[in-house]
Every structure is written in structure tokens, then in C-alpha cells.
Write a protein that binds this ligand. Structure first.
Ligand SMILES: *Cc1c(COP(=O)(O)O)cnc(C)c1O
Length: 487
């Protein structure tokens, strides 16, 4: 059991205590400043803790328990799809024939590893309704940028240099306008209407000859399905633009609906969200991009192909390609995990994923509806937003509610996003949670709503049980203290 006040390893230090047993030296002993040039040394005699092996073990184990992850508790962080990462993915990613090969080994020696990539590309194309897929992009935002660069190359090849604008809804994930900017476009906002869907009249107003693309996620970031998607595709295509699908969270549509069939020309997926790659903490991700036929020439190269003789190969002969977007062929290990997931689930299993993800979200939304404001009342898809407006009037902000959830052992939902909902909480339970877990979380939320009415201080001063309470979040982000400092 770790306690809040457990002494840090430096305070446990006793001179002369050691945590290692090394053989006696058979060479002459050298001091640190003989081994390392002094300009690289901050201190000649750094003050290091002197502790036993057991104490250092307990130190690191205690630190690891201060982390929250999907394997330690419920994590309903909307738009992040914090679902369970099956451990079979880890076993397969460690297969020697996959983990111990070199990216520049001759292709004839690594046919199995290449077949896996090819099959993954083909499966993702099938799942999204696209014609070809690249596995190179290392994350969702990287996939967005890659997709937009292909759209740009397409327009430029047609002499359409005036297409400099990318339309993005006001509920969009922040990476969308950012990627548009980095790809050299200006982003134009299209409004959300009272039902939480893209305002079609406003879309008709902002679209034009300068439109390169519309970037959209469907279901959108409010968890609502854009039911006029076919009309929207028509508006954009008639204006000569392309339709970009942000499929980072595809948890609502697997085996049910395909972006390709809705009229999208480009799709990115987050394998580290929907396809059970572990994420958080800045680990490696994977953001494959699928395209329709007319964008295939612009795919990043090399493209993994299956030759007519059945041999898998890298095709570098792609004169219109936007080039390489990542060293080697993408984050291989994360692609192996996604492939394992797809093969263990199968088409019916993937469809069930989405059915349960949507069921769980709707169950939770309806049970919370009497206790919090629900800005959009229609059924949701894999996630939903509620508003803490009612609690704010009592002096309890959404940030306080999020902090109070920590006392119950939950990672809070996404808060204050999307920006178009006041005191927003965006909840995504995912399909991998049991009904009991959903109920326990709902009960905690209901208790917090009651506390806001009866005893607001307990929420305003939360969290009460964590190692540290509230941080100055700006300083914590801009000037983090990452090493031990004596109090
Ligand atoms: C997570 C997310 C992204 C960005 O993905 P990264 O892998 O973090 O770059 C883009 N769009 C949506 C809707 C997302 O949820």
C-alpha cells in the first residue's frame, strides 16, 4: 500500500548502503571525472541515494502505482478510446520473426513480416471502404497531414492552385485545423446547428472554388452521426473539393458503416485507439491513411505491393508520390498489434465492438440525463457530451467534478471539449467495460451531483485521496520539475 506521505528514496538513503553486488575490479579503479570529460559533468560528486535493492524496487513499484491506466481502472476519456489492449497483441508483437528483423533486410528474407503489413493494409481498406492504405504515418495528426498533402498534390496536379482552404466544423478535434495549417492551407470554420450537426446552409456559404477539402469526423466529436453526410459529400464534390474523414475514433462504425460508402475520399485511422494499440504517455502510435482511386498515385512511398508472382515487395517507382513521411514503413510494432486484434476479432467481432460501444454510451447517457444537462438529446454513438451548467450555478465547475472523480479512482472524462458546449464533459465508456463498472461510475457521478447541491466544498476542494492535490496546470506543463528536489 502506498501512502501519500511515503518517504522518497532520497530520504531513505544511508551512507554506505548498496543495492548491487559486483565482482571485485581486476583493473585499476578510475574516478568519474577521469572517465567523463568535465564539461559533460554537472557535478563532480552527485548526491545519489544509497539504498538496498529491495528499497529501490519498492520505490519504482510505488511510483508505477501512482499512474492510472486502462489496466488499473476505468478511463472514459472521450475521443481517446481508452479501451482494453488485449495481451495477445503483446505476445505476437514479440515473436522473434517480427521483432528481431531489420528494416533493410532483403525482402526475400522477410516475406512473412511484409505479408502482415500487406494484409493489414488490405483489411483496413475493406473496413473503411477505401481503395488503398498506407501504414506509414505515426499518429492520427500525422495521418491528417499526410492525407492533406495528398489532397494538395492532387489539386496541384490538376492545376488547381487556388484551392487553399480546408473547411473544419467548430466541434472538430484541434488537430484538424492544426494539420490543415501545417499542410499549407487556411482553415475555415463551419458552424454546428442546434441539433449538434454541421449546419448545411452555412456549409453552402463557405464552400467555393478555393475549397481544397472538408475535414469531418462521423460520428462527430459530440458523438452524433451526421445524418446528412451524403448531401455534404455532394456539396463538397460539386465544388471540386475532397472529403477527409477523421477516423481516429472509429469505434461506432466498425462493420456497420464505411466512410468510403459515405463519400469520403481520404480516411485516417488511429490504430492506437480503435484497434487496441496501447497509448498515452507519448508512446508510438499508428495513423494509417486510406484513399480512393484518384489519390493512389500520391501515396507515400515505398508502397508495399504483392507482385504477380505472389512476392511482397516495396514499390519505389511512384513519380507522383508525396514522398516518405516516416523512416522505414511506419511503427511496425503497433501495426502488428492492430493486425493481431483484427484477426482475433474477425468481421463479426469487430461489428460487436461497435454495437457494444454504442450501447454502453447510450446506457450511460440516459442514466446520467436526470442529473446533468444533456445539450443534445438524440441517441449518441460511441460517446456523448453532458454539460456541468447546472452544477456551475451552484459554484461547482466541471473542473471540480473531474477532480472529484479522482477520489473514486476514475480517470475523468475529457472536459471543456468540444469547445461549442459550455462546461462540457465528453464521456466514452468503450465496449470493453462491464455493466457493473458502468454502474459504479454512474453512481459516482450521481453522488458528485448531489454533493454539488448539499456540500459543494467537498467537490471544490477535491481531490482528497491523491498524492498531490491541485496543480498550477500552466506551470506544471511549462516548467515541469522532473527531478528530485530537496524540500
Ligand atoms: C486522437 C484524435 C486525433 C489525433 O490523434 P493523435 O494520434 O493523438 O495524433 C485526431 N482526431 C480525433 C477525433 C482524435 O480523437
Amino acid at each position: 500500500m502506498i501512502t501519500k506521505d511515503q518517504p522518497f528514496i532520497f530520504e531513505r538513503s544511508k551512507p554506505g548502503r548498496v543495492g548491487h553486488s559486483l565482482p571485485t575490479l581486476d583493473i585499476e579503479e578510475q574516478s568519474i571525472n577521469e572517465l567523463i570529460p568535465s564539461e559533460f559533468l554537472r557535478e563532480l560528486e552527485p548526491e545519489l541515494p544509497e539504498v538496498s535493492e529491495l528499497e529501490i524496487m519498492r520505490h519504482y513499484t510505488a511510483l508505477s502505482k501512482r499512474n492510472h491506466g486502462v489496466d488499473s481502472g476505468f478511463y472514459p476519456l472521450g475521443s481517446c478510446t481508452m479501451k482494453y489492449n488485449p495481451k495477445i497483441n503483446e505476445d505476437v508483437a514479440r515473436f522473434e520473426g517480427l521483432a528481431h528483423i531489420h528494416p533493410y533486410q532483403p525482402v526475400e528474407q522477410v516475406q512473412g513480416a511484409m505479408e502482415l503489413l500487406y494484409e493489414l493494409q488490405t483489411s483496413l481498406a475493406e473496413i473503411t471502404g477505401m481503395d488503398e492504405v498506407t501504414l506509414q504515418p505515426a499518429a492520427g495528426a500525422h495521418g491528417e497531414w499526410t492525407g492533406l498533402m495528398m489532397i494538395r498534390a492532387f489539386h496541384e496536379a490538376n492545376g488547381d492552385f487556388q484551392r487553399t482552404k480546408v473547411i473544419v466544423p467548430d466541434s472538430a478535434h484541434g488537430t484538424n485545423p492544426a494539420s490543415a495549417t501545417v499542410a499549407g492551407f487556411a482553415s475555415v470554420t463551419v458552424r454546428t446547428d442546434d441539433n449538434g450537426l454541421v449546419d448545411l446552409d452555412h456549409l453552402r456559404e463557405v464552400v467555393g472554388e478555393d475549397t481544397a477539402a472538408l475535414m469531418l469526423t462521423n460520428p462527430n466529436t459530440l458523438g452524433l452521426f451526421e445524418s446528412y453526410i451524403v448531401e455534404m459529400a455532394q456539396i463538397i464534390h460539386e465544388a471540386g473539393g475532397k472529403l477527409y474523414y477523421d477516423g481516429a475514433n472509429s469505434n461506432a462504425i466498425l462493420g456497420i458503416a464505411r466512410p468510403g460508402d459515405m463519400g469520403f475520399d481520404v480516411v485516417h485511422l488511429n490504430l492506437h485507439k480503435t484497434f487496441t494499440g496501447p497509448h498515452g504517455g507519448g508512446g508510438p502510435g499508428s495513423g494509417p491513411v486510406g484513399v480512393k482511386k484518384d489519390l493512389i498515385p500520391y501515396l507515400p512511398k515505398p508502397v508495399i505491393v504483392k507482385r504477380v508472382d505472389g512476392v511482397y515487395d516495396f514499390d519505389y517507382n511512384r513519380p507522383q508520390s508525396i514522398g516518405r513521411v516516416k523512416p522505414y514503413y511506419g511503427n511496425y510494432g503497433i501495426n502488428v498489434r492492430a493486425y493481431t486484434y483484427i484477426r482475433t476479432m474477425g468481421p463479426d467481432g469487430l461489428r460487436k465492438v461497435s454495437e457494444y460501444a454504442v450501447l454502453n454510451a447510450n446506457y450511460m447517457m440516459r442514466r446520467l440525463e436526470p442529473h446533468f444537462d444533456l445539450p443534445y438529446t438524440q441517441h449518441c454513438k460511441h460517446e456523448f457530451v453532458i454539460s456541468g451548467r447546472r452544477q456551475k450555478k451552484l459554484g461547482v465547475r466541471t473542473l471540480d467534478i473531474a477532480k472529484r472523480l479522482l477520489d473514486f479512482g476514475y480517470h475523468p472524462p475529457t472536459i471543456y471539449f468540444p469547445l461549442n458546449v459550455e462546461e462540457c464533459m465528453m464521456i466514452e465508456p468503450t465496449e470493453t467495460e462491464s455493466k457493473e463498472t458502468l454502474d459504479e461510475f454512474i453512481d459516482a457521478m450521481i453522488q458528485i451531483a448531489r454533493e454539488a447541491e448539499e456540500n459543494p466544498e467537498i467537490v471544490q476542494e477535491a481531490p482528497h485521496t491523491t498524492v498531490i492535490s491541485r496543480l498550477d496546470e500552466t506551470t506544471a506543463a511549462r516548467k515541469p520539475i522532473l527531478k528530485y528536489e530537496k524540500a
